[in-house]
Every structure is written in structure tokens, then in C-alpha cells.
Design a protein. Sequence first.
Length: 156
Amino acid sequence: MTSTAGARGTAPAGSGGIDRLGPEVEILAGDERAPVGRAAPGPGLRRGARAAMAAAGVGEGHVAVALVSSEEIRRLNRAHRGRDEATDVLSFPIDPIDEEASPGPRELGDVVICPEQTDHLVRAAVHGVLHLVGYDHETDAGEMLALEDEVIERLS
């Protein structure tokens, strides 16, 4: 799973209502070759992405989640990380995490998920969004993966 480092926030008190108005999560069928199974992934992915943003203290912003084939995610992984292999999820932040950012919703970035490479689409979405808001399991002391587990537990 791919990361970018940055600042982290904490969830505001009473932020358990993740299905209310708030961050915008757009689900894109980025590649018609990406198998997604029998159930439509949109609602679960949207809820998971919003839950990850809430857990990180992000109340406004926009995230796009795209589902792609193994070939496409391998191409993206090679182009952006120099790794010539398919992976489960990649994150591409747009707006930097900055204390002095302009007011209003942020364009957090894009999460690209390959359904062929993961058994849990919602966990992949949560993982990718946590990277967009500044968590990095490759450099932290386990905070990101612990928060990911907490979010998944709350969604269950």
C-alpha cells in the first residue's frame, strides 16, 4: 500500500455520524476491466472513505476513488513509484497538508484500488484515504494501521 507523509489530526468529538453531509467521495469506474464482484462497491467505499476522513479529523474535502485493473495499477505503480508490479491501492494526494491552507474544502486527492489485488475493497479505501490525509505506515510507529483497524471495526 502506498503512502505520502504529512500532518495528522484527531477525530472531533461526536464524529461517529459518518453518513451525514460532509466530505465528498466520488467513486469512479476507472477501468471497465476491473472486476468488482457482484455487489456495487460505491456505498461501502464512500462510507469507508468518509469514516477514514472523520477519524483523521478531516471534515471537508473531496476524494476520488477509482477501481482499475491489475494492468492499470501496475502501470501506475511503475510510473509513480518505480515498482513494476501490481498492488492493491495507491494514493495520489493533490492539496498539500498545510496548517496555513486556504479556507474551504480541500481537494485531498485520488485513491486507486485494484479489486483483483485485494480481498477487502473498503479496507483498501480506508487505507488509501489515510495516506491522503498524511498518515504513512512506512514511517510511523504503527499509528496508521491501528487507526485503519479502528475505522474498519467501527464500520462492522
